[in-house]
Ligand binder design. Structure first.
Ligand SMILES: *[C@@H]1O[C@H](CO)[C@@H](O)[C@H](O)[C@H]1NC(C)=O
Ligand SMILES: *[C@@H]1O[C@H](CO)[C@@H](O)[C@H](O)[C@H]1NC(C)=O
Ligand SMILES: *[C@@H]1O[C@H](CO)[C@@H](O)[C@H](O)[C@H]1NC(C)=O
Ligand SMILES: *[C@@H]1O[C@H](CO)[C@@H](O)[C@H](O)[C@H]1NC(C)=O
Ligand SMILES: *[C@@H]1O[C@H](CO)[C@@H](O)[C@H](O)[C@H]1NC(C)=O
Ligand SMILES: *[C@@H]1O[C@H](CO)[C@@H](O)[C@H](O)[C@H]1NC(C)=O
Ligand SMILES: *[C@@H]1O[C@H](CO)[C@@H](O)[C@H](O)[C@H]1NC(C)=O
Ligand SMILES: *[C@@H]1O[C@H](CO)[C@@H](O)[C@H](O)[C@H]1NC(C)=O
Ligand SMILES: *[C@@H]1O[C@H](CO)[C@@H](O)[C@H](O)[C@H]1NC(C)=O
Length: 360
């Protein structure tokens, strides 16, 4: 699916909302080329509409309990991803073109799965994110309810301080270390929703929960969501981030740090931090800048010369933006959130330039 393309086409339309006190000081690498989008907005909107069409054509099943695509019928994250892209398109273009479709798709899934649960927490939380996008686009309070249901599922699989104190997580058979050199694992979200030997806590699930908590804090002013967002953020900064690199995850029963770095991990952390920073300025906004610099660093990681600096994920084949492991939509989401939620001119130039390259 042409997911990345659609979003990149749209991003430059969104407006800017919040100020940062400290400035970004990394200049765009000299070898970034064609860093401005020259296509007019109307043409970009048309391109996005055309890109949606094959996805509609690919939709084979909208039954009372599912929305499925023929190219990947079992991948629960795909419909949710499509919902938020439709809603975001409408939001950015000030239209309600897809309003009824989004509503009926959501209703199909919610009918049998009102909390949008799945074995993989990050996949499940795509629906909470999509609901927040739909809520912003259409203002319907039903979407806030969907998002809160989705959040409750993520919360159930997130480690609380009380779990660390108790030394165990409900339903699991291993011991949570009371203290590691980096602090505690409170605030981490499990990769999978299952009991007993389930130990892996990862950036993808924690990041999805971070973003959803921050969006709900923004939309509802309910302190519960703000506290959840801050707790996941603390987990990231103490456990998974070093030198701007976001590691994949840790087994909760050890104090090990690490895992590989993938673009979706950096993307989700960036998005959550950009939202959090716009609600309550981060004490050290350079921690966000470091992640941006590292994730977009053209000389390492994901934007190789051979691909003309366009994202090529080093993750294996996955649903996270590309069925065979190509681009990564989470990184685009993260850079977009930074772009639209800050007004630092150098940072905006940097994010706009990076995104423009992705449209080439
Ligand atoms: C930049 O744009 C020029 C002119 O359109 C084109 O010839 C060139 O291939 C582009 N470079 C990259 C890296 O896409
Ligand atoms: C459509 O969904 C129904 C009900 O879940 C299922 O029985 C059927 O196999 C699905 N059809 C396709 C083509 O996926
Ligand atoms: C949508 O509305 C906003 C606010 O009025 C405006 O800034 C923006 O340019 C509009 N977008 C489009 C694509 O018309
Ligand atoms: C969360 O956990 C509680 C307690 O086990 C359970 O009653 C509730 O149904 C769960 N909610 C979701 C959305 O999974
Ligand atoms: C926990 O349960 C899993 C699955 O039954 C098992 O493989 C594992 O050895 C158990 N771990 C402990 C610490 O008891
Ligand atoms: C805030 O959100 C939590 C979690 O969804 C909920 O339990 C609580 O009732 C909410 N508080 C208010 C005042 O709405
Ligand atoms: C530039 O930013 C880095 C962090 O990204 C910070 O450590 C450094 O102090 C900044 N330099 C100046 C001159 O502001
Ligand atoms: C990008 O990576 C190169 C090679 O590791 C490093 O020398 C450079 O400092 C990095 N730049 C940024 C902005 O992180
Ligand atoms: C970023 O700044 C450079 C230098 O001022 C300028 O040439 C370029 O057009 C700017 N790019 C964007 C996307 O604003």
């Amino acid at each position: 699916m042409l997911l990345n393309a659609i979003i990149v086409v749209l991003l430059v339309l969104e407006s800017v909302t919040v100020t940062v006190a400290q400035s970004f000081n990394v200049t765009t690498p000299v070898f970034w080329q064609n860093t401005t989008i020259t296509t007019p907005v109307t043409a970009r909107i048309k391109t996005a509409e055309i890109a949606f069409q094959p996805i509609f054509d690919n939709l084979v099943n909208q039954t009372s309990n599912s929305v499925e695509f023929k190219d990947n019928p079992l991948e629960f994250s795909m419909p949710g991803t499509f919902f938020w892209e439709l809603a975001l398109f409408d939001y950015l273009t000030n239209q309600t073109t897809y309003r009824d479709k989004v509503q009926s798709y959501f209703a199909s899934v919610a009918k049998d799965n009102p909390d949008f649960t799945d074995l993989y927490i990050d996949t499940a939380l795509v629906y909470g994110y999509a609901a927040m996008q739909a809520h912003r686009a259409y203002g319907d309070s039903l979407y806030l309810q969907y998002a809160e249901n989705s959040w409750a599922f993520g919360w159930n699989w997130t480690i609380k301080s009380a779990d660390v104190q108790a030394g165990s997580f409900p339903g699991m058979n291993w011991t949570i270390p009371p203290q590691c050199s980096f602090g505690t694992i409170a605030g981490g979200t499990f990769w999978q929703a299952q009991g007993l030997g389930n130990t892996y806590i990862n950036a993808l699930a924690t990041g999805a929960f971070f973003v959803l908590s921050a969006l709900l804090a923004e939309a509802t002013s309910n302190q519960t969501y703000m506290e959840a967002a801050q707790s996941t953020f603390t987990f990231f900064t103490s456990v998974l981030i070093s030198d701007g690199i976001v590691r994949d995850g840790i087994p909760g029963n050890s104090c090990g740090q690490g895992g590989n770095a993938y673009p979706y991990n950096s993307g989700l952390v960036m998005e959550g931090m950009a939202i959090l920073n716009s609600l309550q300025p981060l004490s050290n906004v350079y921690s966000l800048y470091n992640i941006i610099s590292a994730a977009t660093n053209a000389t390492m990681f994901w934007q190789p010369e051979s691909a003309h600096r366009i994202i090529v994920s080093d993750a294996g084949p996955s649903a996270y933006g590309h069925p065979t492991g190509g681009g990564d939509i989470h990184l685009i989401r993260g850079i977009m959130a930074v772009h639209t939620r800050t007004v630092d001119p150098l940072l905006q130039n940097y994010t706009a330039s990076y995104l423009a390259i992705q449209v080439q």
